[in-house]
Design a protein around this ligand. Sequence first.
Ligand code: URP
Ligand code: ZN
Ligand code: ZN
Length: 463
Amino acid sequence: MRTLIKGGTIVNADATTAADVLVDGERIALIGESLEVEAERTIDASGKWVIPGAIDVHTHMELPFGGTFAKDTFETGTRAAAFGGTTTIIDFAVQSKGKSLREGLDAWMAKAEGNACIDYGFHMIMSDVTDESLKEMDALVDEGITDFKLFTAYPGVFYSDDGAIFRAMQQTAKNGGLILMHAENGMAIDVVAEQNVAAGNTDPYFHGTSRSPVFEGEATNRVIRLAQVAEVPVYIVHLSAHDALDAVRRARNEGLPAYAETCPQYLFLTLDDLGNGFEGAKFVCSPPLRPAEHAGELWKGLATDDLQVVSTDHCPFDFHGQKDLGQGDFRKVPNGLPGVEDRVNLLHSGGVVGGHMTPNRWVEVISTAPARMFGLAGRKGVIGVGADADVVIYDPDKKHTISAKTHHMDVDYSCYEGWDVTGNAEIVLSRGKVIVDSGEWLGAAGDGRFLKRAPAGELLNRT
Ligand code: URP
Ligand code: ZN
Ligand code: ZN
């Protein structure tokens, strides 16, 4: 099957070009001006942008958390992602305490296989660093699971102490992978949280005030310094605070391979959203939403490339029946927000239209940099000959209103309810197949393939 995309403007991270795109089977076969070639289907892209399918490197489909599970399955979550212009996700498989990495990986593979509608890869969450799990890391890198997330947060659940983190870092320095860090001082946070609850401060707002940005800055600097000694690249996930950004920037200015992502919730929402009584539970995530001044710093960090990626940390829990497990004690609210469907449009609307970034930089942070940093360069994240034909025909002028009534994520609320955004993914191709066309779903569960990714550690070490 050949598809000719005619009359559009290709927006890549490095250039904007008026050119046609020929898709042959699953790949981009030809790019050129006014192509006159035979094709079974022609898509008129005049007035539209042709961008590489977006890549969300931080999702949690079906993550067990706080006695419940993130609501989106690989089917519902990846379908919603596609409606929002995302054609690849990298989700987090979880090693439970006392279990092997392999058991965790097998479980997540089973959840995704036959269900995912778009291509997917996995990072591995390490909750139990042992001699055995350290050895297993190398095998996983060989199989395309090239990154390992460790936590200085969530004591008793995902938390690892500095020694365990350092051991995992040393192992990764040898196997070429990348260490991902959730950097908040979980031990100190738990003390403040307990004091808040003892004082009767049980509303979701106190989730935010218990998790000081200074605790995030401290932990970010600490893990970067551990990585410096272990001589491994480190990537800070869901960075929310200027304290943490300062630590990353300082390290990068010293020439260290330190990287970071932020998420739309930290750019667009604030600590105030956690107020309003228990309604604030809709906005409980970790790190928490911050006072407004932090967002301004994050936009600057994106402009200077001290932040390279915007991902979602998509981890949705219904307000009714899941978030309300934390009525009377904010510590019991499952942590996480929905967002996999909204990232591309929010970043276009607030970022590009809002004057914070160019269209090219937008493509860079939502697609090209994620591909480069997570071992998919050349294959994803670019409109280029030979790349997978993950292509979005994007209408930069289309306006719509975000609402839980119309979104495709399987969650009963939206953090952006009633927000007007500009820009929409009109037509979405996944490896050459049209899966979304003007709001109509044409994809299928099981069409998504597992992506065996290349280790990017060596490349990242050279930066
Ligand atoms: O609140 C969050 N971020 N939930 C998902 C788990 C994590 O820490 O990424
Ligand atoms: Zn995390
Ligand atoms: Zn996460």
